[in-house]
Design a protein around this ligand. Structure first.
Ligand SMILES: [Zn+2]
Ligand SMILES: [Zn+2]
Length: 348
C-alpha cells in the first residue's frame, strides 16, 4: 500500500510499504480523510521535534522512518482478537495520543499530561497518511452516520481548541482575543462563540486568513497596521476577559498580556521554538493569570457531536483536498507558501 513516510526534515516520501497487520486489541482502518497538522509542518520544516530518530520512543519502541498523519477518519475493515467495542464497518475517527496508563497523570485521568506521552503518526508508529493503518481499540471513536469523513478528520484539531476554551475562564457574554488565525486559532475563535462569547478579536497578518476569521463572526485585526492592544482597549471596556495565544511568535505574548483586562487570563496554546520576553510587571500590576493548555482530554465524544450536528461548523477550515501522491507539493509546500491555506485534507 501507499503511505507518506517521514525520513528527515524536508524529506517526506510517498512510497510502497507493507500493509499493517491487526494484532490482539487493535483494529485496522481504511483511511478516508486525513488532515495535515501544524506539528506535521514543524517536522517537515524543522524536524525532528517529536519524531524519535536515534532513541526509540519509550512506549512504541519505534524510530523514524515513520508514516505521518494523526488527524484522520476512516472505516474499520478488520478487528483483532479481544476487541469488544468496535466492529467491522464502523465509521470512526482517531484520538491519536499514545499513553502509558500508569503515571500519576494517567492514573488521575489527566492523560494529556502523561509523563511519556506519544502521538500516533509521529512517535515511531503511524499513521493516517496511508491507505490502511492499525490502531489500538482505545484510540477509536465512532462517528454518527450523518457525519462526513472530512468533518471527522477535523475533530482532532477542534479538540485542541475546545479543550483550551473549556480550560479558560471565558463566560457567556464575555470577550476574547485570539492571536493567530491558523487552524487552531480559527477553531478557538469558533469555540469561543459557541461558549457564548459576545465579541472575539482575531489577530492575523495574512489577509486571506483574516477573511476566514471575519466569516466566522470575529473582528479581524492586522497587527502590522494597527496597535493591537490599543485597538482592543478601545473596543472593550479595558481589555478582553481571556486572550488565547496561538502563534508561538515571541513578540505576540506581550501583545496578549497588554490586551487582557485586569484579573483576566491569558491561555497559551502554541508551541515555541524560541522563548518570549515579557514585562513581568505588566502581569503583576493587573493581577493577570497566565495558563497553558496542551492537547486535550476527555473531549472527543462532545466535539464529535457538536461538529456532526452543525453546532460547530468547521467546513470553512477546509481549503484544499488532495491525493496522497501529491502530499508534498500540494500539501506541505502549499501550506508553506500559500497563506490562504488553512486545513488541507488528503484522501489516500
Ligand atoms: Zn495535530
Ligand atoms: Zn502516563
Amino acid at each position: 500500500m501507499k503511505a507518506a513516510v517521514w525520513h528527515a526534515k524536508k524529506d517526506i516520501r510517498v512510497e510502497n510499504v507493507d500493509e499493517p497487520v491487526v494484532e490482539a486489541g487493535s483494529v485496522k482502518i481504511k483511511v478516508e480523510q486525513a488532515g495535515i497538522c501544524g506539528s506535521d509542518m514543524h517536522e517537515y520544516v524543522a524536524g525532528p521535534i517529536m519524531i524519535p530518530t536515534e532513541t526509540a520512543h519509550p512506549l512504541t519502541k519505534g524510530t523514524a522512518p515513520v508514516i505521518m498523519g494523526h488527524e484522520f477518519a476512516g472505516e474499520v475493515v478488520e478487528v483483532g482478537e479481544g476487541v469488544r467495542h468496535v466492529n467491522v464497518g464502523d465509521r470512526v475517527t482517531i484520538e491519536p495520543m499514545i499513553l502509558c496508563g500508569e503515571c500519576k497523570a494517567c492514573r488521575e485521568g489527566r492523560y494529556n499530561l502523561c509523563a511519556v506521552i506519544g502521538c500516533f503518526g509521529m512517535s515511531g508508529v503511524g499513521g493516517g497518511f496511508s491507505e490502511f493503518t492499525v490502531v489500538p481499540e482505545n484510540m477509536v471513536h465512532k462517528i454518527p452516520d450523518h457525519m462526513s469523513y472530512e468533518l471527522a478528520a477535523l475533530v482532532e484539531p477542534t479538540a485542541v481548541a475546545f479543550y483550551a476554551v473549556e480550560q479558560s475562564r471565558l463566560k457567556v457574554g464575555g470577550t476574547a482575543a485570539v492571536f493567530g488565525a491558523g487552524p487552531i486559532g480559527l477553531l478557538t475563535a469558533q469555540v469561543c462563540f459557541l461558549a457564548g462569547a459576545e465579541k472575539v478579536f482575531v489577530m492575523e497578518l495574512a489577509e486571506e486568513r483574516r477573511k476566514v476569521a471575519e466569516q466566522i463572526g470575529a473582528i479581524a485585526i492586522n497587527p502590522a497596521e494597527v496597535n493591537v492592544s490599543e485597538e482592543i482597549m478601545k473596543q472593550t471596556d479595558g481589555g478582553v476577559d481571556v486572550s488565547f495565544e496561538a502563534t508561538g511568535v515571541p513578540v505576540v505574548l506581550q501583545q496578549a498580556i497588554d490586551s487582557t483586562k485586569m484579573s483576566g487570563q491569558i491561555i497559551i496554546e502554541s508551541l515555541w521554538e524560541s522563548n518570549p520576553t515579557i514585562d513581568a510587571n505588566s502581569v503583576v500590576f493587573k493581577d493577570l493569570h497566565i495558563a497553558g493548555s496542551i492537547g486535550y482530554r476527555n473531549v472527543f465524544p462532545t466535539v464529535i457531536q457538536l461538529i456532526a450536528d452543525g453546532k460547530l461548523d468547521v467546513t470553512k477550515m477546509i481549503t484544499k483536498k488532495i491525493a496522497l501522491d501529491d502530499i508534498v507539493t500540494e500539501g506541505f509546500e502549499s501550506l508553506l507558501q500559500e497563506k490562504s491555506q488553512v486545513k488541507i485534507l488528503i484522501k489516500p
